[in-house]
Ligand binder design. Structure first.
Ligand code: HAM
Length: 416
């Protein structure tokens, strides 16, 4: 094979694209029913946008960005996530005014130089939404509720919603000091670079995969005990609204998420079906991001769901959708028949049918084989006598029976 898709990327083939379309349509209809409006941002942005927002200690920025210098000497990066670009656009085009909420949604590729494995890619795709301008706990709850409803509408079971609050800067600072002190026995043995990285952002310890770190953190202090009263009250109200809306969730003090822009609420949804990459989505409140990129202080909260991971989870369910097949496969036995077949196909398509027309004349036997292979329910067969009678043979490919119908009476629903 001379060329293959680059490592960590994949093609979405015709046999699975219907799952992507189903997922994207389900998401769009759901979020539009809550008043979100779609936004599309470029594939690349100024590198600085991501460094400022994701944080220069996050893995996304330190290890995973696809950054390059263009011919005009600009430092650019293929977007590793959708929130910062959406907020850059929000500011650039003044999509919101003080005191007003703006609801945005998107579907986007993201690019991260990660070690590829099942559910983890270098080009992945997300659907996401951002609710900008409201500090209310009801905003956090709306985003979490929407997330849960989305997975429900997809028909995914075995999902767990984990919710936490990581508070504000001051609470995080005192928590980080306590966390570092607690983890000191393992930090002592770490290499200088790894230790320096942990010290720059001790919260990273909480999603460490190193067995010794995981062990020592079993009885680590909990961030919940360090929250300031406002954050504690906010979190309590988010949970109360979720309870009122009958949304099942689990408080999870170890959830911190990998991007540095979060304040207060963070959450993720995990699926049993995914193995190591169990996180279906991640989100939370990010009240400092817009100010960090030059706007006025504006509260915001959002979420992004990995499309590939949702599809893996969907494929693991029993009711995964089958790929759609044609309703009809059209067969013409000569030139004049082909002309009549094209007209019949147009007539049926206007009635909403999916009609594939065979283009290459050969024996009826081979044409019927091609019709079977197409997965169509029925074949339309036209030869010399059908042309002279103005009829078409409609053959049920499953039952092997057929009827001859005048073209004028042929209707998609009537022939089913
Ligand atoms: P994130 O947690 O980095 O958040 O990613 C969200 C989801 O995208 C993950 O839970 C996962 O399903 C999917 N994902 C991320 N990276 C990969 C990958 N390499 N391969 C496959 N799937 C992946 C964000 O991106 C934030 N922008 C979410 C957000 C929106 N926060 C506030 N608003």
């Amino acid at each position: 094979m001379p060329y293959q898709a680059p490592r960590g990327t994949h093609d979405v083939l015709p046999d699975e694209v219907h799952l992507w379309q189903f997922l994207e349509l389900t998401f769009a209809q759901l979020v539009e029913s809550f008043g979100y409006r779609e936004i599309r941002t470029p594939a690349f942005e100024d590198t600085e946008l991501f460094v400022r927002t994701s944080g220069d200690t996050s893995e996304v920025v330190t290890k995973q960005m696809y950054s390059f210098r263009d011919k005009g000497d600009r430092e650019l990066t293929l977007k590793p996530e959708g929130t910062a670009p959406a907020m850059r656009s929000y500011l650039e085009h003044r999509l919101g005014q003080t005191g007003q909420t703006t609801r945005l949604w998107y579907t986007t590729p993201i690019f991260r130089y990660e070690r590829p494995q099942k559910g983890r890619y270098r080009q992945a795709h997300q659907v996401g939404l951002e609710l900008v301008g409201s500090p209310s706990p009801a905003a956090d709850a709306e985003v979490i509720e929407l997330t849960v409803r989305f997975y429900e509408e997809l028909g995914l079971h075995g999902v767990t919603v984990l919710v936490n609050s990581i508070g504000r800067a001051a609470a995080r600072e005192s928590y980080c000091t306590a966390l570092l002190a607690h983890a000191e026995p393992v930090l002592r043995d770490m290499e200088t670079e790894a230790r320096a990285q942990v010290e720059r952002n001790p919260l990273r310890l909480l999603d460490s995969k190193v067995p010794e770190v995981i062990e020592v953190l079993r009885d680590a202090p909990s961030i919940v005990d360090y929250l300031e009263p406002d954050s504690r009250a906010h979190f309590g109200q988010v949970c109360q609204i979720l309870d009122e809306q009958s949304i099942n969730y689990t408080p999870a003090p170890h959830i911190v998420r990998g991007l540095d822009y979060y304040t207060d609420t963070v959450f993720e949804v995990q699926s049993d079906a995914l193995g190591a990459q169990s996180s279906l989505c991640g989100g939370g409140r990010y009240d400092g991001l817009i100010q960090a990129i030059g706007g006025s202080a504006t509260p915001a909260v959002g979420v992004a769901m990995g499309i590939e991971r949702a599809i893996l989870a969907l494929q693991a369910t029993e009711n995964a959708l089958d790929a759609p097949t044609p309703d009809y496969y059209g067969i013409a036995l000569d030139e004049a028949s082909a002309r009549q077949l094209r007209q019949v196909a147009t007539q049926l398509r206007e009635g909403g049918a999916r009609v594939v027309v065979d283009l290459d004349p050969r024996s009826l036997k081979s044409l019927l084989k091609a019709a079977d292979r197409s997965g169509a329910d029925q074949a339309l067969i036209i030869g010399e006598s059908e042309v002279s009678d103005g009829t078409v043979i409609v053959r049920d490919l499953r039952a092997g029976t057929q009827v001859t119908i005048p073209v004028t009476q042929l209707q998609h629903s009537a022939t089913l």
